[in-house]
Design a protein around this ligand. Structure first.
Ligand SMILES: [Zn+2]
Length: 443
């Protein structure tokens, strides 16, 4: 096995407590000012002071080392984005402008905008074209430091177009360096054909669409938009129970606009994550904390919509493990940069840099069921690493809006470097199904 030695790096990583990091553990990190990292076969072999890391090797292994001089740059784990709607045809840019001009959601919906316009365009979009658009966004996320990403369906809202989205999402995982976690979300909105017949649509989702996505091996999780006027708590329960019976993990869009009791359901079902939570009650948050459900916060959406941010400090203090995601989607938050989400987490939501680092790496990986293989710089884990143009992870907040990501390593292989190729040239060799670290998890 060829070994690679990264020397002269300021290494900074969350400490993994063996479960999502909550409370004071959210801010627990370890760092080495003159750190060294050894990796082989896509995994981290050793990390620490150079003498200690090299001391564990025999003379022959030392002679065969490839070396990377990190030049004193900060090294952190690759960023993990646990909530995106990246699989769409085109962003709804004009709708954003209309909203800035004061148009409300119903006005936008009446003029043919809103989620249903994305549904129409995804349904009509040839699979190849949908793949090209999704791949382009995924590579942009990669250039901004994301090495693992969750992508949801939810713009098909009928069996075939939902499966088409999930096939596209699987292909993005196979043909880019990213680890992609696919989520089936036909319960994103009631399909237009079922307007006024929500219960019938829930029947279709629970008895046909979700089981079929699971049977075809196209999804790992199922998500439901549980919100007043969309899917009720009893409907969400029904869909998620069907998903679990089909072998899928569960996650929820919970209490984004109104407190409907979705956070309580998330706790009761012990879903992997409950996301948004802007309107969640204290009782809902306490129940989630007791059940160990990860709270995924989406500050880029709040930024884009000009809305208040989630109560991140209250959640950390209540003992909830907090993760952060981009929510990248064609309507309300069309920015696929986890670095930007990191910056907003610190500057706007009041997380410390260390808490934000855990939120954007370790806890996000746990929210996707990957906490034991990715999300921290720990021997045995995948060597998903970033080199930042800065001395600490705080550079991501200090330079919010500008990518501080200098180099991206996926499973020990450099897949992007800022100094080569422009922003439009990702120079990302596909990892392929048999990529170096792919054996860590069968996705
Ligand atoms: Zn969402």
């Amino acid at each position: 096995v060829g070994l690679t030695l990264f020397r002269n790096a300021r290494i900074h990583t969350p400490v993994d407590p063996g479960r999502p990091a909550a409370g004071s553990a959210q801010g627990r990190t370890v760092s080495w000012e003159k750190g060294t990292l050894l990796c082989g076969d896509g995994r981290i072999v050793g990390v620490g002071e150079e003498a200690a890391v090299l001391g564990a090797l025999d003379a022959a292994a030392r002679r065969g080392l490839a070396e990377v001089d990190c030049g004193g740059r900060c090294m952190i784990p690759g960023l993990v984005d646990p909530h995106t709607h990246l699989c769409f045809r085109a962003p709804r840019e004009r709708e954003f402008l209309a909203r800035l001009g004061g148009a409300d959601y119903l006005t936008i919906l009446r003029s043919g905008g809103g989620i249903l316009s994305s549904v129409e365009s995804v349904r009509a979009c040839p699979e190849e074209e949908l793949f090209a658009a999704t791949r382009e966004r995924a590579l942009s996320a990669l250039r901004n430091g994301t090495t693992t990403i969750e992508i949801k369906s939810g713009y098909g809202l009928a069996l075939e177009p939902e499966l088409k989205q999930l096939r596209v999402i699987r292909r993005v995982g196979r043909e880019t360096p990213l680890t992609v976690v696919p989520t089936c979300m036909p319960a994103h909105a009631v399909a237009p054909e079922y307007a006024g017949r929500g219960e019938e649509y829930v029947d279709l989702v629970a008895s046909v669409m979700v089981p079929r996505a699971a049977a075809e091996g196209l999804a790992r999780y199922c998500d439901v938009f549980c919100e007043r006027g969309v899917f009720s708590v009893p409907q969400a329960r029904r869909i998620l129970e069907a998903a679990r019976a089909a072998g899928l993990g569960c996650r929820m869009h919970a209490d984004e606009l109104h407190d409907t009791g979705a956070a309580l359901l998330a706790a009761e079902l012990r879903v992997a994550s409950a996301d948004h939570l802007l309107a969640a009650s204290d009782a809902g948050l306490a129940a989630m904390a007791a059940a160990g459900v990860v709270a995924v916060l989406l500050p880029v959406t709040a930024f884009s919509m000009g809305k208040p941010y989630a109560r991140a400090r209250v959640m950390v203090e209540a003992g909830l493990p907090v993760a952060v995601a981009t929510d990248c989607n064609p309507g309300s938050s069309c920015v696929e940069s986890m670095g930007f989400a990191f910056g907003l987490s610190v500057v706007q939501m009041g997380l410390s840099v260390d808490e934000a680092l855990t939120a954007c790496t370790l806890n996000a990986a746990y929210a996707l069921g990957l906490g034991s293989t990715r999300g921290s710089i720990t021997p045995g884990r995948a060597a998903d690493l970033l080199l930042l143009d800065g001395e600490t992870p705080g550079i991501l907040a200090f330079r919010t809006g500008i990518s501080a990501v200098a180099e991206v390593y996926k499973d020990g292989v450099r897949v992007w470097r800022a100094s080569e190729g422009g922003a439009s040239d990702p120079a990302c060799p596909p990892r392929g199904a048999a990529g170096t670290g792919a054996a860590l998890e069968a996705l």
